[in-house]
Write a protein that binds this ligand. Structure first.
Ligand code: NAP
Length: 251
């Protein structure tokens, strides 16, 4: 675990100051940039990383720029023990969790077909991309409900929209996992509609990361923009939606 003071840099459009945020898979890619932007907006950030050393390095890179608290914690979203540890750290070090960004995901079956793809791959994919996010929601929603404040951002993909599912063949296990994550987003948003807990899904676009590849059209900063916007929505912001480039898109 690691902690660093950072200068608080306010960016236009932010409705928050000093909320406590957890980003899963924040050691690299879009997750790192979401954590970085949330910290620059003045929020305390828990960098969830399944490899602690890589999380510590990410926290150090974020904290080299400023004054809010950034803490790296080992977190494998498929491992209940590490999820419970993150919950303890959020409570003991920050007193609460206000913002949960379910960003961690794997893509194992690009180019596969539903009729032949390995079900072991599908199972592993669902375990991280769907159940992992669901597990974190179950762990943190009770506290958010008690405090009547929460922002949950599920980083999904256009590959999980029914429009894409019926018109292309990208990666069957991954696409189905994102469609299921979208369904979780909608049902959870409905459950929490009276609690000032806004739950939304986001497609970051095609982003230059290990998953997106070097030929992708967006930088990680561009990919992180809509997730951070959703994580910092004002109380009258939308809930139960699917967004891309700050606009609602169809499920
Ligand atoms: P990435 O570069 O592959 O990074 C994935 C992150 O998830 C890594 O930090 C990885 O940790 C972490 N992770 C994987 N399994 C985990 C587990 N079991 N527990 C905790 N962390 C785990 O991917 P990315 O492009 O930044 O993608 C971020 C999100 O955007 C994902 O939800 C992805 O589906 C979505 N997305 C990306 C694109 C794109 O073009 N890049 C497009 C649409 C949607 P390790 O470093 O330990 O592997």
């Amino acid at each position: 675990m690691d902690e660093h003071p950072l200068p608080v840099l306010k960016e236009p459009g932010s409705s928050l100051s000093s909320k406590v945020a957890l980003v899963t898979g924040a050691n690299r890619g879009i997750g790192f940039e979401i954590a970085n932007k949330l910290a620059r907006l003045g929020n305390h950030v828990i960098v969830g990383s399944r490899d602690l050393r890589s999380g510590l390095d990410a926290a150090r890179r974020i904290s080299s720029k400023g004054f809010v608290r950034v803490k790296a914690v080992e977190l494998d979203v498929t491992d209940e023990k590490t999820v419970e540890t993150v919950k303890s750290v959020a409570e003991s070090d920050f007193g609460r969790l206000d913002i949960l960004v379910n960003n961690a995901a794997i893509l194992l079956d690009e180019g596969g077909f539903p009729s032949t793809t390995s079900l072991d791959c599908v199972r592993s994919t669902l375990e991280v991309n769907l159940i992992g996010a669901w597990r974190l929601c179950q762990v943190f929603v009770p506290g958010m409900k008690a405090r009547r404040y929460g922002r949950i951002v599920n980083v999904s993909s256009k590959a999980g929209s029914f429009e894409d599912l019926t018109g292309s063949n990208y990666a069957p296990g991954y696409s189905v996992s994102k469609a299921a994550l979208n369904a979780l987003t909608a049902t959870l948003a409905y459950e929490l509609r009276e609690y000032n807990i806004l739950v939304n899904a986001v497609c970051p676009g095609w982003v230059r990361t290990r998953m997106g590849g070097t030929g992708a059209s967006k930088s990680t900063a561009e990919g992180a923009d809509t997730p951070v916007w959703l994580a910092t929505l004002p109380d009258n912001g939308p809930t139960g939606g699917f967004f891309r480039d700050r606009h609602r898109i169809s499920w």
